[in-house]
Write a protein that binds this ligand. Structure first.
Ligand code: UD1
Length: 416
């Protein structure tokens, strides 16, 4: 299994390019199921989760070819309607085929994702919404089995804000008969990006980016070309890294307008940030200041940045109080950060981080995607050598992370 070896203590300097957003690419790939015509997607990140989704789509009969960061998809002859357990267990986002498959073919069989490392993560809201649109849904042998004639527009209020739930219902509603209103919808930039693609395919959508999305269903959608929005979590991860190591970096092909809460917190921590339409420059001089935060839905501080900003707080002047409000078990990185010398106490959903003057390199184990990123940040800032095991988690969501960090002057390499 691959490992990362990091010799910490070098400031980051230079420029790197940000890749397309994983969490936008995954639903957008699934949107190919909604039409028989071709979709051309640009800026698709080269990630393991994207490969898994392409494999799943191919099993359903979608033709998919990748040329660099461009992906061509065409679902003119769907041959299957099942997302099997072997694929869903490696990537929860496989549930995103449920809505489009049901809307286009009237049937879908998708393995239940089950528990995952960061919490229970049920899909009851996806199911409830589709039932409101007239689908018959039952759980059978660990699978969500759904049937429908043409889906019917409905008024849906989700019990909580769910990102993939909103995306599934939005995609399903594009082909439903009549008007669907999704209230308490997620407002994440990835939803807006998906809605832009769907509109380019002929969907009639209003209110995306707000908590009330209105969709007027159409009989069919057509082909389109779309560029995936920049990955705000990859961007935020590099910003936390330079804040921890010191230095001066510029991130190209970024989308600063999607990072409001993250940039605010990093400025509080002492990072000097300037932005242009598609770039961010960040300079760090001296020790970071402790920065407490609470995770919440967009536009609040993203749970997917919690572990990375916590890694920065371990080195900060002062004490930071962090509250995780989205997932019940998202502090697995804490134990590993403590192996590097961090002082963190957990009480339920709250973590109290007392900054230390330095971290010391050690061997640590990555437990999930963003936890891995936090260990990379801590390793880059720690004195001496850090070895991060099980970094396959990182490859799910970061394109060439070690190469980009090498380009910024970090001493980091992969051992196969
Ligand atoms: C998405 C992101 C993930 C991010 C998360 C929160 C993708 C592919 N993944 O995950 O990176 O961390 O949003 O920003 O975009 N819930 C239910 N029932 C449901 C659906 C959700 O109880 O039917 C709960 C979840 O357990 C969780 C909360 O709602 O506590 C939010 O989850 P949700 O927004 O659905 O996360 P994902 O879409 O899985």
């Amino acid at each position: 299994m691959d490992k990362l070896l990091i010799c910490g203590g070098r400031p980051l300097q230079g420029e790197v390019s940000i890749s397309g957003a994983k969490n936008a690419a995954l639903p957008i790939l699934c949107a190919a199921l909604l039409t028989a015509e071709p979709l051309v997607l640009d800026n698709v990140p080269a990630l393991r989760d994207v490969d898994t989704m392409l494999t799943l789509l191919q099993r359903l009969g979608v033709q998919a070819q990748r040329e660099g960061s461009q992906v061509h998809l065409q679902a003119d002859a769907l041959t299957g309607h099942e997302a099997p357990y072997e694929l869903v267990k490696t990537m929860r986002a496989s549930i995103l085929v449920l809505g489009p498959l049901l809307a286009r073919t009237g049937q879908a069989r998708v393995s239940l994702p089950g528990g995952c490392a960061i919490g229970q993560r049920p899909v009851d809201q996806h199911i409830r919404g589709l039932q409101a649109m007239g689908a018959q849904v039952r759980i059978e042998h660990g699978y969500v089995v759904a049937h429908a004639g043409r889906l019917q527009g409905a008024d849906i209020v989700t019990d909580m804000v769910t990102v993939t739930g909103t995306e599934n219902l939005l995609m399903a509603a594009t082909l439903a008969e009549g008007r669907t209103v999704i209230e308490n919808a997620a407002c994440e930039p990835e939803i807006t990006d998906l809605a832009r693609l769907l509109i380019a395919m002929g969907a009639r959508i209003e209110g995306h980016g707000t908590d009330r999305i209105v969709v007027q269903g159409v009989a069919q959608l057509h082909g389109a070309r779309h560029r995936i929005v920049a990955d705000r979590i990859e961007t935020g991860t590099f910003l936390c890294a330079v804040a921890a190591t010191g230095g001066d970096i510029t991130l190209r092909d970024a989308a600063p307008e999607t990072l409001g809460a993250v940039l605010d917190k990093l400025r509080d921590a002492g990072l000097e940030i300037t932005t242009g339409p598609d770039w961010i420059r960040a300079r760090m001089r001296g020790r970071p200041r402790a920065t407490g935060f609470r995770t919440s839905e967009y536009p609040g501080f993203p749970t997917d940045m919690q572990a990375q900003l916590m890694a920065l707080d371990t080195l900060a002047e002062g004490t930071a109080v962090i509250t995780e409000n989205i997932f019940e078990n998202r502090y697995m990185h804490v134990q590993e950060l403590c192996r590097l010398g961090a002082e963190i106490e957990i009480d339920g959903h709250t973590a109290v981080v007392t900054g230390v003057a330095e971290l010391l390199g050690a061997t640590v184990m990555a437990t999930d995607l963003r936890a891995s990123a936090s260990l990379v940040i801590a390793g880059l800032a720690a004195r001496g050598q850090t070895t991060i095991e099980r970094i396959y988690h990182l490859d799910r969501g970061y394109q060439c992370m070690e190469h980009k960090l090498q380009a910024l002057g970090a001493d980091i390499r992969r051992l196969s």
